[in-house]
Design a protein around this ligand. Structure first.
Ligand code: SRM
Ligand code: SF4
Length: 523
């Protein structure tokens, strides 16, 4: 069903109106026209909002220089694809750059609207898509970054993630069935024991769980446990409210995952709350209905009953960050995790990563939700030479302890929601702290430029959320401090512990927190 002004029967907010007037995906057919018109002459609603349905974001901070958000399913791309992305940003000189995002994805910067037809052709030629990556669509689907490499994995998530993306986007062509959700929607599949996707902060997540063989499924014997996933729903962050996902009390086999995604999205699309954008994410519908009603609506769409969740899932490891050299399950091969400071890449870096993946690996490149990159399938015999590559001076396999786990959202450099500059400040701050302290344990510091929480401060050991603070009677850039976020096993969200610290006074505050709570010693 396509939701229109007639079917919603609510007081339409600005975004529901613009979607009812013209589906966002319609701009796909108008790219050539926009390219000829230019960004200043084109319709402002198409430019500022609908273009996001094809992954093109107008940046009020840098008008005329757009951002493009890709879809990189499971965070995996190949060297040809990386080269195409590099060549796209290269043509913009100093304006061109890219970021690895907190959803295992890539965003490109500096894009000119007149180049879009050519850019889309180039994406198409190498099997890349940016479709439905913004606004009221399902975001990049995350999966285990070491899927298929990790000897201890329970399930290789790659194919499932691709299948869900293909279903949602009609294999990258765009699928109008899912282009008018009440709000954004996040999906993650965990395949390992360490919850490397932050399942708990997604609207829909699948976490590994074994069911005792019961014959219920017509597969497996009575004795053998059967692999599947417990389903979590409703996790999200927003400026108004942040919630960890709750159990749907459903256990599904891998074969059922795509159908369950479809059913959940259909229920959300047709029943999710649309009147107030601040109360439209899935959790608000779960509040209104209760999880039992939601579950039975999903069963109706599926046309079959769901089995109850298992009492326990298989997430029982601390979360790994994958930075460094690790053995793969394939004998004689290693994967190497490179630390990419706050995820920022330039064209030359991207070309070099692509060549390293080709020369040493099998052309594959992977991305993590910590905004880092992994090059897999490097023969053990080549590791020593690989480690002497000049790029590894900057993209280290062994960064200093605070730098290693640093994550930062875009911030005021490109994002008009930002209350503070984040990425450069984050890097400078950890450098300064590392020079005055000795740290022996990892501390995950996440920066986010505003309460939208794209940098996920609530999952961090120390989360820093941009705010306006006051100092000597003047408004200055500041942060609220979050602590206690736990990832991996027993994941739970951190909470705000201090408010309104001016950024210029932050360093001694962080130094004290690191000494008191994380065993840091002053040098
Ligand atoms: Fe986000 C909006 C960047 C992950 C919650 N996010 C935005 C926009 C599009 C706002 C804008 O138009 O400027 C930002 C684009 C800035 C830019 O130029 O880069 C933006 N979000 C990002 C990225 C790039 C942060 C990063 O540096 O990694 C991440 C891109 C992910 C991707 O590849 O798709 C990103 N955003 C997240 C996450 C984290 C996650 O998914 O794990 C969250 C919190 C989780 C969640 O959504 O539940 C997040 N972003 C938001 C929100 C608040 C949503 C809400 O329900 O209110 C907004 C604002 C909105 O949607 O109205 C937002
Ligand atoms: Fe922009 Fe705020 Fe998201 Fe940072 S958290 S990218 S400042 S919307």
């Amino acid at each position: 069903m396509t939701v229109t002004a007639e079917t919603t029967k609510v007081n339409l907010n600005k975004f529901e109106k613009l979607k009812a007037e013209k589906d966002g995906l319609a701009v796909k057919e108008e790219i050539e026209k926009f390219a000829n018109l230019g960004w200043e002459a084109m319709d402002a609603t198409d430019r500022d909002h609908r273009l996001k349905w094809v992954g093109v974001f107008f940046r009020p901070v840098t008008p005329g220089k757009f951002m493009m958000r890709m879809r990189i399913p499971n965070g995996i791309l190949n060297s040809n694809q990386m080269r195409v992305l590099a060549s796209v940003v290269q043509r913009y000189g100093d304006d061109g750059s890219a970021d690895i995002t907190t959803r295992q994805n890539i965003q490109l910067r500096g894009i000119r609207i007149e180049d879009l037809p050519d850019i889309f052709n180039r994406f198409h030629a190498v099997g890349l898509t940016s479709v439905q990556s913004g606004m009221d669509n399902v975001r990049n689907i995350t999966g285990d970054p070491v899927a298929g490499l990790d000897a201890d994995e329970l399930y290789d998530t790659r194919e499932l993630v691709q299948q869900i993306q293909d279903m949602l986007t009609n294999k990258g062509q765009g699928n109008p069935e899912f282009t008018n959700l009440p709000r954004k929607f996040n999906i993650a599949i965990a395949g390992g024991r360490d919850n490397s996707v932050h399942a708990e902060i997604n609207d829909l997540a699948f976490v590994p769980a074994f069911k005792e063989g019961s014959g219920e499924l017509g597969v497996g014997s009575w004795e053998e446990p059967i692999f599947g996933f417990n389903v979590l729903v409703g996790g999200f962050f927003s400026a108004k409210r942040c919630e960890a996902a709750i159990p749907l009390n459903a256990w599904v086999t891998p074969e059922q995952v795509v159908a369950v995604c479809r059913a959940v999205l259909e229920v959300y699309r047709d029943n999710g709350l649309r009147a107030n954008r601040l109360k439209s994410r899935l959790m608000w519908l779960l509040d209104e209905w209760g999880v039992d009603k939601f579950r039975s609506e999903v069963e109706q769409r599926l046309g079959k009953s769901l089995l109850p969740a298992t009492a326990k899932d298989e997430i029982d490891w601390e979360k790994r960050d994958h930075v460094g050299v690790y053995k793969q399950k394939q004998p004689g091969l290693n994967y190497v995790g490179l630390h990419i400071p706050v995820g920022r890449l330039y064209a030359q870096d991207m070309f070099e990563i692509a060549s390293l993946a080709e020369v040493y690996g099998n052309s594959e490149i992977r991305l993590t939700v910590e905004q880092n990159a992994i090059i897999p399938n490097i023969p053990v015999s080549r590791i020593e030479t690989f480690l002497t590559e000049p790029l590894l001076q900057r993209f280290s396999i062994n960064p200093n302890v605070l730098t290693r786990s640093l994550v930062s959202c875009t911030g005021s450099q490109f994002c008009n929601f930002a209350l503070i500059e984040t990425k450069n400040r984050a890097l400078e701050m950890v450098k300064a702290l590392e020079s005055e302290l000795t740290l022996t344990q990892p501390v995950r510091i996440h920066w986010t430029g505003c309460p939208n929480s794209c940098g996920q401060p609530q999952v961090a050991d120390i989360g820093l959320m941009g705010t306006k603070a006051r100092k000597n009677g003047k408004a200055v850039e500041g942060v609220d401090i979050y602590m206690g976020g736990k990832v991996g096993k027993d994941a739970h969200l951190g909470e705000c512990v201090q408010k309104g610290i001016p950024c210029e006074d932050l360093q001694p505050v962080l130094r004290d927190l690191l000494i008191q709570h994380f065993g840091a010693k002053p040098n």
